[in-house]
Design a protein around this ligand. Structure first.
Ligand code: ADP
Ligand code: ASP
Ligand code: MG
Length: 468
């Protein structure tokens, strides 16, 4: 049985035009595949709004969270009013939206009554509603167009551990849930529209898979139902040689190996969730990234073959990070002490150590904060690091600074002897703080000062364009 899982990103479902595109894509693919499963993200900006509302509720600011919920209601109702829906579908959808948002107000009110510090668990319990709203809208649109479709909440499908804000699905438990709750729908030729991003622990506590987590949902579902392919529909033409928002002449990359795609995501290409590739690579399920507005274009194919043999530079990514540094004086504490006492103590810290370097007189450790931690994370983690360094008498000499990781991606980078030399030659006027060749054999990462990041990115991207 040929099964396609298609995930639609928040950037490509928020307007009538975008949803019309989604509908035409689904109607077309319905003819090509035995089964379709759709994964919906929240409309763009909705999850940010919900996080803000949770914080306001926790601070007891009733007017603030009520305003956000009212805006969400207006936005979703305006969208369905513009969609070509019959009276019954529209009325049912209207009622669903009101019920879901009414429940949110209840939850926020409960949070407001127990004011205190916002906990990641309480954020997790409230931010999945954006996906629930979007899944219901898409399913209604499909039904209106004579497809049998239902919206399904992944709290009853994706079983995860209980790491708040960054949970990992348990594939075996998820398979069992899917066999009970999803496969019967596919057998009846129904097109399920499932919520991305959210799951629940075995005890039913709501969790989320990290920012951008709907990609991960698609990958986990794909593995659990043994899908033929997974397609990620987004607002760019595929995986590109750099983020097209930063580099005007970025180009689409027609094919990538799993390793290359995983490295791109890990080192900042937020078009894919950082942990979604692993499950697909293990099962060799091909992944495509396509532009929802240009469905006829092939986009990028990520697969086992990929381009593992090619010796060209594929892409340049960048991601902001943090470095802690110190002069080695008599009161100096070594990096492992800083790591043990300070970094692991950062609350809910999603921090990876990428490079550490010591010399006779200086020490430096550079940390990457994955895109899944969200764009505010760098700021909150910096504050927490500074507080922890100050609080510990052993680490007073250490300071924190913002840095940027710029990474060159290419399969077999270690075997291509000239690549490091070429990159360093190109960057001869940039101060490189540290450098590492990734253990995956697919990446070369440089740490630069923030002020040099744009120039570094642009110089390195020229190498991609010229490397054929
Ligand atoms: P969605 O809402 O569809 O999940 P995201 O905003 O999460 O969309 O991801 C798409 C965005 O990823 C693009 O708009 C683009 O700016 C960004 N991006 C960053 N790096 C890359 C890259 N190398 N190739 C393609 N897109 C990239
Ligand atoms: N809506 C969630 C987010 O904004 C998940 C996703 O977009 O994939 O992070
Ligand atoms: Mg995304």
């Amino acid at each position: 049985m040929n099964t396609l899982v298609m995930k639609f990103g928040g950037s490509s479902i928020g307007t009538t035009d975008a949803l019309t595109q989604v509908l035409s894509i689904v109607l077309h693919e319905r003819e090509q595949w035995d089964c379709l499963v759709l994964v919906a993200s929240a409309l763009e900006g909705v999850t940010d709004g919900l996080i803000e509302a949770a914080h306001l509720a926790q601070m007891g600011q009733q007017r603030g969270y009520r305003r956000i919920v009212a805006n969400l209601r207006t936005r979703h109702l305006a969208l369905i009013d513009e969609l070509p829906l019959g009276t019954t579908e529209r009325a049912a959808l209207h009622a669903d939206i009101d019920r879901l948002l009414f429940d949110m107000l209840d939850l926020y009110q409960g949070m407001a009554q127990t004011t205190g510090k916002v906990t990641p668990e309480s954020v997790d319990a409230t931010i999945g509603v954006g996906e629930k709203l979007a899944a219901r809208i898409i399913a209604a649109l499909l039904r209106q167009n004579n497809l049998r479709s239902v919206a399904l909440d992944t709290t009853s499908l994706i079983v995860t551990d209980d790491v708040p804000g960054n949970a990992t699905p348990n594939i075996a438990l998820t398979r069992t849930q899917i066999a009970q709750n999803l496969l019967p729908l596919l057998e009846r030729s129904i097109v399920p529209v499932v919520t991305g991003f959210i799951g629940a622990t075995p005890n039913g506590k709501p969790t989320t898979l990290g920012r951008g987590g709907s990609d991960y949902t698609a990958s986990v579902l794909g593995v659990c139902i043994n899908a033929t392919e997974i397609w990620i529909w987004t607002d760019v033409d595929g995986m590109m040689t750099a983020d097209p928002r930063d580099i005007a002449d970025a180009r689409v990359i027609p094919s990538l190996s799993y390793e290359e795609a995983a490295e791109m995501a890990y080192f900042g290409a937020r078009v894919l969730h950082t942990r979604m590739i692993g499950p697909l690579r293990d099962d060799k399920i091909p992944l495509r990234v396509k532009n929802v507005y240009k469905p006829q274009q092939i986009g990028t194919l990520i697969s086992d073959g990929g381009s593992a043999r090619s010796h060209t530079l594929k892409a340049i990514t960048y991601i902001p990070g943090l470095a802690v540094e110190a002069k080695r004086t008599s009161e100096y504490s070594p990096i492992p002490v800083v790591y043990d006492k300070v970094v692991v103590a950062v609350p809910n810290g999603q921090i990876d150590i990428i490079i550490s370097a010591q010399s006779a007189t200086h020490s430096l450790a550079c940390f990457l904060i994955p895109t899944t931690a969200g764009s505010d994370a760098i700021h909150t983690i910096r504050l927490a690091l500074e507080e922890n360094l100050q609080a510990n008498p052993l680490t007073q000499g250490w300071t924190v600074k913002n840095i940027t990781f710029v990474t060159a991606i290419s399969a077999n980078i270690d075997n291509w002897a000239t690549i490091t030399a070429t990159v360093l030659q190109r960057l001869k006027n940039i101060r490189i703080l540290a450098l590492s060749q990734g253990p995956s054999n697919s990446s070369l990462t440089l740490v630069v000062e923030n002020k040099d990041s744009e120039e570094t990115l642009s110089l390195m991207h020229d190498l991609v364009i010229n490397s054929g």
